[in-house]
Write a protein that binds this ligand. Sequence first.
Ligand code: HSE
Length: 351
Amino acid sequence: MHRHDLALIGFGGVNRALAEIIQTRGEELADDLGFGLRVVAITDLRLGSLMQTGGIDLGAVLALPEGATFAGLPGGAGVPQNDFVIRNTTADIVVEATFTNPVDGEPAVSHVRAALESGKSVTTTNKGPVALAGAELSRIAAEHGVRFEYEGAVMSGTPVLRFASETLKGLRVSGVQGILNGTSNFVLGRMETGMTLAEAVAEAQALGYAEADPTADIEGSDVQLKVVILANEILGAAITTADVRRRGISRVSPEDIAAAAAEGRRWKLIGSATRTPDGEVVATVEPVALPLEHALAGVSGPTNAVSFDTDLLGTVTVSGPGAGRIETAYALLSDIIAVDQHARTLAEAAR
Ligand code: HSE
């Protein structure tokens, strides 16, 4: 059976969850999808690097005790050696899952570039490289005849980008609006029950929704990166974060929440991108008091949702989780499936 070999760059929650999925569901997936999956390299800031061309025993790696590194394993080293591993691995797909850097996207941008330049496809859920260098990286992928897939960069495993490009094919999409940050949506919901912003943020942190520093969640910069990706991917724009006017929820007061409720409205942090009749794309992140009948008004807790404005169907809304280690790992699996399908399409066309 055909097989894809993977190199996992970063072995925190998300790539570890992908390894668990492969470990527990690999055979079932092979039956369903028609290809096998094998991990042949892993790098991680704390664990070091591991390359085994015959396939890594994921059970053994997942069971490594706290504080252990890859140094004691065959093909292992105590330091990550990301660039060396990315360039020299026998993997055909590099799965990039290091931390998101919202300023320049590094080191993920360099990881993705190195992988594409050395002829490997890349899948990632990392917003940084997609929002800040997406066009350049897609061009490098095309030049090298490989794929750059990043479905999970906007709403983790909930389909958005391929939903727009494949399922909504044939429609004209003029705009997208969404609830793209689970923490801020959870916080606004808790404020509706009488909590202060600070109390609600503390609860979101305790439940693991918010980042350790929740500023990017609350002040809208997490959503700003996602709006750049939606605008460029779905509306064909070429905008950067500087083009997205941004206001977070820190100035939404308990009085604002009560006034909206009295009018039958709910505050939501909305990221949107709209193509105006003159062809310009206008993108914003701001709190909006939505009427209760709006498709996004009923999206509560940490759930995310995106509405697409289309010409033939009107508004189509997709909602689901926007974070979570297993959910985000599923996005990577969907990207791997997309890489495989593209390769099959090319092979069939060449026959
Ligand atoms: N911290 C983000 C959220 C998750 O609350 O939605 C990833 O962007």
